[in-house]
Design a protein around this ligand. Structure first.
Ligand SMILES: Cc1ncc(COP(=O)(O)O)c(C=O)c1O
Length: 466
């Protein structure tokens, strides 16, 4: 059907602009420009309400891992909605899809992460992790262990607590954050390490940053360290080899719990169901996941706890008290049915194997863009990639923020049928994990044309010269 006839675009555009508050809205342009309306989807493509078709270089938002428009996902969701759309899981009432999914996660997750608490997204999963960690140390009688160590440029969500753990300075502008028990240590960003420092030395320094922060606060006061295996929204920062294993060892030394925030990396993005142990050689005490757990077909997130933590929190509580944590939609049957079907598809089609095979091709092809004068760095792993645009490759100096180079490139890509995500001077890529080599070739060709077009614009506007 003709989409122009199906959707009344001007009417939707106005309704959205006047009544919908979007996450991360740029109000310097929103009221004038409004939003693009993405209305349909298929495989690795999304389609706007005017019929424009785009290769989705960002997988929705790092989440549509199995691709769009899967009939069997729609069927599983519809069947569960008809059978039992919802029932409370408070107290001792089980949801069949949630029980099945929790057991499956226990089977797939590293170490003794055998206990899943369900929510509806990544922020909630991280918020849950902190609330339960504080409770855990209270139960152990270690009530001073409250401080949280996070990292500059880490992204952990948008609730008050998880945004406070987030270390992306831009996200805090004008908003308040909790500062008294949350601390940020520097990011292990090898591209921006000081000149003359080797990657090994840099890794030593970043590991020492964690140990020094724990000692400064006093180990008896530090509850946990939270880290993404590869930092996502903070700029796809891949840590130097050994960093994660060594920071995990530091945590163990001081009884500091390690939370691996796998909201982006779990369910195949790095070629494994979970990246913590398989890619980075660590077994976290808590692992949080969301996004790819149901590939964005429905909202779902999970906090996975180790046996050791579960053993402490699962004993009878103080007189007359219970484990009072939970949400109306914890273990939602339809979301969990989507999660179960999604994992079944990932396993049946060996999507992790596909990522391990095709991911290096995406890395290599994107690296060919390094010959362009403003492409300073291409980094990431498998289906989690980023291009860092700079004014000067030698000095790594950035273009002024007002140039909005990431947005300019993204706009050029969109005109050419590709969606990439601008984050300040970066362009981030996290496509559906089903992308083929041919689609990767298209993606890289459009990026090359678009970066070139953006450079031409800058030269024409007198904002930059080669
Ligand atoms: C690493 C990481 N953690 C947590 C979150 C928050 O997840 P949500 O937006 O589902 O609350 C995100 C979202 O992008 C994320 O990238």
């Amino acid at each position: 059907m003709n989409l122009k006839a199906k959707f009344d675009t001007p009417d939707l555009w106005r309704k959205d602009r006047d009544h919908c508050i979007h996450p991360w809205t740029d109000f310097s342009t929103f009221k004038e420009k409004g939003s693009d309306i993405i209305a349909e989807s298929e495989g690795a493509y999304v389609i706007d309400s005017e019929g424009g078709r785009y290769l989705d270089g960002i997988g929705g938002l790092w989440c549509v891992n199995i691709g769009y428009g899967r009939q069997e996902m729609a069927d599983a969701i519809a069947a569960q909605a008809k059978q039992l759309c919802y029932y409370s899981t408070f107290g001792h009432i089980a949801s069949p899809p949630a029980a099945t999914l929790a057991a499956k996660l226990a089977q797939l997750a590293p170490g003794s992460l055998n206990h899943a608490f369900f929510g509806t997204g990544g922020s909630m999963a991280n918020d849950t992790a902190i609330r339960v960690i504080h409770f855990y140390f209270n139960r152990l009688g270690k009530k001073s262990k409250k401080h949280i160590i996070s990292r500059v440029d880490g992204y952990h969500g948008s609730t008050y607590l998880t945004m406070s753990m987030t270390g992306v300075a831009f996200d805090h502008i004008g908003f308040d954050i909790i500062e008294d028990f949350i601390h940020h240590i520097p990011a292990p960003n090898g591209y921006r390490r000081p000149p003359g420092v080797s990657l090994e030395q840099f890794c030593d320094q970043k590991v020492a940053d964690l140990e020094n922060k724990i000692l400064e606060l006093g180990p008896e006061n530090v509850a946990c360290f939270i880290a993404e295996p590869i930092m996502g929204a903070g700029g796809v920062i891949v840590p130097p080899p050994g960093y994660h294993r060594r920071t995990w060892e530091v945590c163990q030394k001081y009884e500091v719990l390690y939370i691996s925030d796998e909201v982006v990396t779990a369910f195949g993005r790095l070629g494994e169901m979970f990246a913590s142990e398989a890619v980075f050689d660590l077994r976290p005490d808590i692992l949080t996941c969301a996004k790819g757990i149901a590939s964005g077909y429905l909202p779902l997130g999970a906090t996975l706890f180790s046996d050791e933590i579960y053993d402490v929190i699962s004993v009878p509580q103080a007189e007359g008290a219970m484990f009072t944590h939970g949400f109306t939609y914890s273990g939602h049957p339809v979301s969990c049915a989507a999660g179960n079907k999604n994992i079944e598809i990932i396993e049946r089609e060996d999507i992790c194997g596909h990522v391990r095979e095709v991911g290096p091709y995406l890395e290599q092809q994107l690296a060919t863009l390094l010959d362009l004068p403003i492409v300073g760095d291409v980094r990431g792993k498998n289906f989690m990639m980023c291009i860092e645009n700079v004014a000067d490759k030698e000095t790594k100096e950035l273009l002024p923020a007002e140039v909005r180079i990431g947005n300019r490139i993204a706009d050029h890509c969109q005109k050419r049928g590709l969606i990439v995500r601008p984050i300040a001077h970066l362009n981030v890529l996290s496509p559906p994990l089903i992308l083929t080599k041919e689609q990767i070739d298209t993606l890289v060709a459009i990026l090359r044309e678009s970066i070139t077009a953006a450079m031409d614009d800058l030269v024409r506007e007198g904002l930059w010269h080669d």
